[in-house]
Design a protein around this ligand. Structure first.
Ligand code: ATP
Length: 450
């Protein structure tokens, strides 16, 4: 399937869920907090709470499992955030990683020129300055002397650490084209207008993979199509609805300085379509540049062709925070259970922060002790929680709201026959399961192997 013929959403459906609902739920339940809250906040920075950190780790782990561990042609890497400043000269980021910035002469607010329509201030209608290029890299100093020679940058993408290690990887691993090198990690961009919660922040996390192929247009095209298709379907496999996704090939004039062609996977957020991931053809741009700036040989020896060349690259580059937000949005649902409206996060069980909640039906008769015992049995395998406060219905609801897929209830019968009830978050249906079979049953129903 080529980018052009891949499934496109028919019409943009309206989202029932609002950002306000998501943001409130995230704050109320310890998924995402505004950062530096006790000092009044620090614009567009966020901290992930006890449940958010689990969800975020699960997103990264799902990506890592599918993009690295389960594949025979991709290896992992974890490079430093601080790279030699020459890296950013070579990569073109010092020169080209800029956004056009305009100021309102009246209210002094700043905007990205390519994000506003018309030539007046979108806030007050005032006159705007001419656009000037603003570099998005964060600068800092290495060591005690703060001068030009010690200036370094926080990486604006993880990709360059992969290119800088190209020779290290091919010299130490037995790799044959085509192969990929993947990494996840923090990146930093001094965005002019961050916003929309965790969609656009200045500190964020990326999941990137550089897939090296023979420098041949047909080979490049077929792997590009493969990765566009693969990445689109990955989101669907973990719960994003297909008609909330679309592919958008970039127009020539919006391509990044390194790209020969890019297709974005876009998601229908409550605020409109926005990029989730970009799949770019970087050609040999990066390896050529690093070879030139470092003087090192960054070629690959092709045994069959008996020739040396610098491979071309297909790069699927995704954002952890945006992906987590998309999963939260598409999981969010409200329905009526026993005459009461409940919020339920229908997260894929593999992504859910907590897999099972353990409840004693009553706070007596040995049930709480038994519940702790059951929890201790499950804890080596799954994230669990324990709750004995309030009616059982209220306790189920509390877990539905944060997407816990399974509830394990210890009741009177448990004390007699060592079985528990296992409740399903989505159907609210319950079945009786022997305690001895719980690990097996939950493993099966979480579906790690899918
Ligand atoms: P945008 O056009 O939205 O600024 P981009 O095209 O600059 O994004 P890429 O350079 O392709 O983004 O980065 C790859 C991925 O990293 C994006 O698809 C997105 O998921 C994530 N990402 C980029 N910038 C941010 C940010 N400021 N906050 C959160 N995630 C980001």
């Amino acid at each position: 399937m080529s980018a052009e013929t891949a499934p496109q959403a028919v019409a943009a459906p309206q989202r029932a869920v609002t950002m306000e609902k998501i943001v409130n739920l995230c704050k109320r339940r310890g998924i995402v907090f505004p950062a530096s809250d006790i000092y009044g906040g620090l614009g567009s920075t966020f901290d992930y709470g006890p449940l958010g950190v689990e969800l975020k780790r699960n997103v990264k782990e799902a990506w890592w499992r599918d993009m690295v561990q389960r594949r025979t042609d991709v290896l992992g890497l974890d490079s430093a955030i601080l790279q030699h400043p020459r890296t950013w000269e070579a990569s073109g980021h010092l020169q080209n990683f800029t956004d056009p910035l305009v100021d309102c002469k009246n209210c002094k607010q700043r905007f990205r020129a390519d994000h506003i329509q018309g030539d007046r201030c979108p806030e007050c209608g005032g006159e705007l300055t001419e656009a000037r290029q603003f570099n998005l890299m964060f600068k800092t100093f290495m060591g005690p002397v703060e001068d030009t020679a010690s200036t370094i940058y926080l990486r604006p993408e993880t990709a360059q650490g992969i290119f800088a290690n190209f020779a290290n990887v091919i010299d130490t691993q037995r790799v044959k084209l085509p192969f990929g090198v993947a990494q996840t990690g923090k990146s930093f961009r001094n965005e002019i207008t961050p916003g929309n919660f965790i969609f656009r922040t200045r500190e964020f996390e990326q999941m990137e993979m550089e897939f090296f192929v023979k420098p041949d247009p047909a080979e490049e095209q077929s792997w590009f199509d493969y990765w566009v298709n693969e990445r689109f379907n990955w989101y669907v496999r973990y719960g994003v609805k297909q008609d909330h996704l679309r592919l958008r090939p970039h127009a020539k004039d919006e391509l990044s300085h390194y790209s020969r062609g890019t297709t974005d996977v876009e998601f229908l957020y409550p605020f409109g379509w926005g990029e989730l991931e970009g799949i770019a053809r970087r050609g040999s741009f990066d390896l050529d540049q690093h070879a030139k700036y470092s003087g090192k040989d960054l070629t690959y020896f092709d045994e069959e062709a008996k020739s040396r060349y610098r491979p071309w690259v297909i790069e699927p580059a995704a954002g952890v925070d945006r992906t987590m937000l998309a999963f939260l949005i598409d999981a969010y649902d409200e329905d009526v259970v026993e005459g009461e409206t409940r919020i339920v996060l229908r997260l894929d069980p593999r992504l859910a922060p907590v897999k099972a909640a353990i409840y004693p039906l009553l706070r007596k008769g040995g049930q709480p002790e038994k519940a702790h015992e059951v929890r201790a049995r499950l804890a080596p395998y799954f994230t669990t929680t324990y709750d004995q406060a309030g009616s059982i219905g209220r306790r189920y609801r509390r877990q539905d709201e944060v997407g816990t897929p399974f509830g394990v209830t210890i009741d009177h019968q448990t004390m007699e026959d060592d079985t528990v009830t296992l409740r399903d978050r989505d159907t609210t249906g319950q079945v009786r399961v022997p305690i001895a079979k719980l690990v097996e049953t939950l493993t099966e129903r979480i579906g790690w192997h899918r």
